[in-house]
Write a protein that binds this ligand. Structure first.
Ligand code: 13P
Length: 256
């Protein structure tokens, strides 16, 4: 991470875990443990139905609330979906876009991801855009090319002024929920490549202000090494964000 130019952001992605009552309990456990987070921004991306509870519980803290998805249209006949303006109106600050689970299970494409990025920015939500390769793609040696395509597509038509609002999360699919973390060198290499892509599109100044997270089996034991990489500016944490002590330890590593 490079604190001179950009914010370190540690975000928990609870995925489809925790009922509203459980959410309240976890946040109550978490709050006293991370009250001293001074260097980094902390975000909890909770299930939609947990958002009101999370916002209430975090009202007097420095922890922000994020959503895990949003629809790509502003409003309309999309039964069961949730819009960007609904999230904004509640007080949500961040929204995860293009998580590999959504790309895989709901067939979200790079084009859809780009549409969502535009709508999130227009609505005043900060998108956390996920990119990453499968194990097969890594073995084929196409990781950097593939991620360049994903980054370029996500940013298509985004102005330099809005770019600052975007966070990227490099999440190798083979490392998600598997306990198999990318080495810090692998995470750093992809982080640097993402920044190079952004630099080519927007120039050096804009590129150095973008936060690039790593996600995939990040935990208290490996966080320090991952975050020591120049182009790893935070984490998007799944499993370890469901345990207060584990998540707090990651925030602590980012605060050192
Ligand atoms: P895990 O930390 O459980 O591997 O999940 C990572 C992730 O997908 C965060 O979005």
């Amino acid at each position: 991470m490079n604190r001179r130019y950009r914010k370190t952001i540690i975000a928990g992605n609870w995925k489809m875990n925790k009922t509203p009552s459980e959410a309240r309990q976890l946040i109550d456990e978490l709050k006293p443990l991370i009250s001293k987070a001074k260097w980094c921004e902390v975000v909890l991306c909770v299930p939609y139905v947990d958002i009101p509870v999370a916002l209430r519980a975090l009202k007097d803290s420095r922890i922000a609330v994020g959503a895990q998805n949003m629809h790509h249209e502003e409003s309309g006949a999309y039964t069961g979906d949730v819009s960007a303006s609904m999230l904004k109106d509640l007080g949500v600050k961040y929204v995860i876009i293009g998580h590999s689970e959504r790309r895989a299970y709901y067939h979200e494409t790079d084009t859809l991801v780009n549409q969502k990025v535009h709508l999130a920015l227009k609505t005043g939500l900060r998108p956390i855009v996920c990119v990453g390769e499968t194990l097969e793609q890594r073995d084929q040696g196409v990781t950097l090319d593939l991620i360049t395509v994903q980054v370029k597509a996500a940013l298509s038509g985004v102005s330099a002024e809005k770019l600052r609002q975007i966070v990227f999360a490099y999440e190798p699919i083979w490392a998600i929920g598997t306990g198999r973390t990318a080495t810090s060198e692998q995470a750093g290499e992809v982080g640097a490549s993402i920044r190079t892509t952004i630099r080519k599109m927007y120039g050096a100044r804009a590129a150095r202000s973008v936060t690039i997270q790593y996600g995939g089996s990040m935990n208290a034991a490996n966080a320090h090494d991952l975050l020591a990489q120049l182009d790893v500016d935070g984490g998007l944490i799944g499993g370890a964000s469901l345990k207060a002590a584990d998540f707090a330890a990651i925030v602590q590593a980012a605060n050192q």
